[in-house]
Write a protein of this length. Structure first.
Ligand code: JFZ
Length: 442
């Protein structure tokens, strides 16, 4: 009850999911791509002849490179094969409905010509406004653009990891003003932006300034009508992150599932709020790393299963790409995009606009739902050739059809609220989808 809650000035400003059209669009998109592109693409995980296994976008930190030396990479920023329209076409063919772009990662290099720092694309041989070209190209393909923004900035002398003195406090307050300016600049230069995804917000300095995270959320919402903001930005009065001290989600959607997913049986609590997960294709490489043999690389099928898993629990999934320093994508990523796109073309209706079904998870795969239609997405076909379906009390299956082909599928009621749904006669040789039309018993 509300009267037992801790009073908070900077906690959640809303209880439950947002119900406006912009939020519904965010949700309906379901599948997105992440782009991690910055100076770190140039060394690609290697510094002074040594290859580091850690995340390539953290190389500056692994190799202990001072910022001024790191920023000399700007002289090599000249992605001759960069073609924003080709990137947008690839995204459309993959079937993603939105792309999250690193406007500025921890290193501090800006993909847009920011007035507030010299570390931007403008001061490189290439000069061009990469971010502006991408926003236009993606929007021209009907794809929403989301901005990744790291608050932590290794290039800025006023950044502080903690506030321990008057001097720290003054420096950090200049830093927060700088950050506000950059965010206002992004929101006004690129007004079609649909979302800000904050990162680099875990330090004590930021947790001690929960007020500022609430202020940023409000500032951006005033500037960009409908904009969505991830929970990772937020800290409350007590420095509690993502969920406030009363347990309420801050921001519009939860963004804590990174390279992992909620358990489809045990973690159903996530269906009470909006959430978005993101994943890398190798184990933990967001930026371009020249050697993908250093860790396990997920197959397209494994990526697909994670996409369906997220949607089946009412979440979005964002698949990461780390473009090469020449502006092109590595062959593995092109193949992955094509392969996901081929499947989405046939079966995408079980992804876009779909949500958690509320039905009991079965071993053959995942359910998703759109209104009265429940989709069975089959990843593990059983030897019995019968897909067991248990419906909630009061729900009846009227008809079952294959999604790619529209063929009727035989269903047999085997017990109360239990059915055998037949496998298609011919093994599709890939995860396939059966649509169940349902009705409520009266
Ligand atoms: C951060 C970055 O440090 C990383 O380089 C990448 O950009 C990724 C998307 O975000 O890394 C994180 C952030 C949050 C968690 C884990 C890694 N987390 O909440 O578990």
């Amino acid at each position: 009850p509300a009267d037992q809650e801790i009073p908070l000035k900077y906690g959640a400003d809303r209880l439950g999911k947002r119900s406006d059209a912009a939020m519904q669009k965010f949700r309906d998109n379901r599948l997105g791509a992440f782009i991690h592109w910055g100076l770190y693409a140039i060394p690609g995980g290697e510094w002074n002849g040594k290859v580091y296994n850690g995340a390539a976008e953290w190389l500056k930190s692994w190799a202990k490179v001072p910022s001024d030396e790191w920023m000399k990479l700007m002289d090599q920023w000249n992605p001759q094969n960069f073609d924003a329209r080709a990137w947008a076409k690839m995204a459309r063919q993959m079937g993603v409905k939105y792309v999250k772009i690193t406007t500025k990662h921890h290193e501090g290099f800006c993909l847009w010509p920011s007035k507030y720092t010299k570390y931007t694309v403008t001061n490189t041989p290439y000069k061009r406004d990469i971010l502006g070209e991408l926003v236009k190209a993606y929007n021209d393909e009907g794809i929403d653009v989301h901005f990744y923004f790291s608050v932590m900035d290794w290039s800025h002398p006023d950044y502080r990891y903690d506030i321990k003195s008057k001097e720290d406090e003054e420096a950090f307050s200049r830093f927060l003003e700088f950050t506000d300016n950059q965010l206002k600049e992004l929101a006004t230069r690129y007004p079609t932006v649909k979302d800000f995804w904050f990162d680099g917000t875990w330090d004590a300095s930021i947790k001690k300034n929960g007020w500022w995270t609430a202020h940023v959320e409000k500032m951006l919402k005033d500037l960009v009508p409908g904009v969505t903001i991830n929970s990772r930005l937020r800290a409350d009065d007590y420095g509690k992150r993502h969920f406030d001290s009363n347990g309420h989600l801050m921001g519009d959607y939860e963004s804590g599932y990174e390279r992992r997913l909620p358990d489809p049986v045990k973690d159903l609590k996530v269906t009470r709020w909006d959430w978005e997960a993101c994943m890398t294709v190798p184990e933990n490489q967001w930026g371009y790393h020249k050697d993908w043999t250093l860790s396990y690389v997920k197959t397209p099928l494994e990526v697909l299963e994670r996409i369906v898993h997220a949607v089946s629990m009412g979440g979005n999934m964002v698949v990461n790409f780390g473009p090469q320093p020449d502006g092109d994508f590595r062959p593995e990523e092109k193949q992955l995009a094509e392969s996901i796109g081929r499947w989405m073309k046939k079966y995408g209706e079980c992804i876009y606009g779909c949500d958690y079904s509320g039905w009991e998870k079965q071993a053959w795969g995942y359910y998703t739902r759109k209104g009265k239609d429940v989709y069975m997405v089959v990843f593990n076909p059983p030897y019995s050739k019968h897909l067991v379906v248990k419906t909630p009390v009061g729900t009846e299956i009227v008809k079952a059809v294959t999604v790619n082909g529209g063929k009727d599928v035989k269903i047999t009621e085997t017990a109360r609220n239990e059915y055998n749904v037949d496998m298609p006669d011919k093994d599709p040789g890939e995860p396939f989808v059966i649509k169940l039309e349902t009705k409520e018993k009266t």
